[in-house]
Ligand binder design. Structure first.
Ligand code: RB5
Length: 155
């Protein structure tokens, strides 16, 4: 699978372990860095790069790592067509794909341990959207919310 990955300084070195894991399991990675956790940078820059790589079809899924995962999720969810899931457990990771068709996984490097994070990544990448009617219906309502957000006069 083609997977884009980005991490701010707070996401290093967890991103390195995820990259290693995904490469070893045969995935094609688009790696936006950073690989230097000593230089403060800004998570929205990585969310933009990862999100745009999904929007333009270069990647099928994205992974964002920051200190808590929260900032990355907030930023990524501003992008049209991006559904970013902040996960700290494997159930949420696979259900976010199966029910919600999420396309970006966000992780907090200061929150989850490495081995749990790798399990979360595996669960997210392996899962597929079920396509069931009830999930499609809910997804359509989410997409409607997204459309309305940019309409003039809406709050
Ligand atoms: C960086 O210190 C930190 O704020 C960032 O990585 C992220 O956790 C924000 O939500």
């Amino acid at each position: 699978m083609r997977i884009a990955i980005g991490a701010d300084h707070g996401g290093v070195p967890l991103n390195e372990r995820i990259i290693e894991e995904l490469r070893q399991t045969g995935h094609d990675l688009i790696d936006f860095g950073t690989h230097d956790g000593s230089i403060p940078d800004d998570y929205p820059d990585y969310a933009k790069q990862v999100g745009e790589s999904i929007q333009n079809g270069a990647a099928e899924l994205g992974i964002l790592v920051c200190g808590s995962g929260v900032g990355a999720a907030v930023a990524a969810n501003k992008l049209r067509g991006i559904r970013a899931a902040l996960c700290g457990d494997t159930y949420s990771a696979h259900q976010s794909r199966e029910h919600d068709d999420c396309n970006v996984l966000c992780l907090g490097a200061r929150v989850v341990g490495v081995e749990l994070a790798l399990d979360i990544v595996r669960a997210f990448v392996a899962a597929r959207f079920t396509g069931e009617e009830r999930h499609r219906r809910r997804l359509a309502k989410v997409q409607q919310l997204e459309m309305n957000r940019s309409a003039p006069g809406n709050t």
